[in-house]
Design a protein around this ligand. Structure first.
Ligand SMILES: [Zn+2]
Length: 180
């Protein structure tokens, strides 16, 4: 299986010179192992929570929870989220997407002693919740816990909503439910 390529980790010894690239590789090794374990041991899909329901006439509520995407990233929604459906028409997919945001700018002295140069010093792991016209995983049949997915970090479809008359109907795909 192409995806199960061997990993490489750092080896330390006294007198070794450490670069930013080395320290990045140190993180990447453990992230790669965790993502591989998430995919092949647990599988992609919703792990817990992330229930979707309507509140009132045109507000969608998404409960907090945890999911795993096809690349093994953990998608965490730590607080209840709300989406307004005002002005939305037709069939829509409620999607969750793992996202990394660079934060905490700090002085960088890599090229000179000019302290005005900055680099982001941290990566915040976050989750985007939005509506999309297209299902990001339309061919993912039989997926769920215990299946590794396609390996790509695309969004996960939590529910499909469609307007019938003046009322919205919420349908949760069977494949995104825990244990399916
Ligand atoms: Zn996939």
């Amino acid at each position: 299986m192409m995806e199960l390529k061997p990993l490489e980790r750092l080896r330390f010894f006294s007198g070794r010179l450490l670069s930013a690239d080395d320290l990045q590789q140190e993180q990447e090794y453990f992230l790669a192992r965790l993502r591989r374990q998430n995919r092949f041991l647990h599988g992609w899909g919703v792990v817990s929570g992330l229930g979707v329901r309507l509140s009132g006439k045109d507000t969608l509520i998404i409960e907090p929870g945890l999911a795993i995407d096809c690349a093994g990233n953990e998608i965490v929604l730590s607080e209840k989220s709300e989406l307004s459906l005002k002005g939305i028409a037709g069939k829509q997919h409620l999607i969750l997407q793992y996202a990394e945001i660079h934060v905490s700018p700090t002085p960088s002295f890599s090229d000179s002693l000019d302290s005005s140069a900055t680099e982001f010093s941290r990566v915040r792991e976050s989750t985007q919740v939005e509506l999309a016209a297209v299902d990001p995983s339309p061919n993912h049949r039989g997926m769920g816990r215990g299946t590794p997915g396609c390996g790509q970090p695309h969004a996960l479809c939590l529910a499909t909503i469609s307007k019938q008359g003046s009322r919205w109907r919420v349908a949760v795909p069977r494949r995104s439910q825990p244990g399916v």
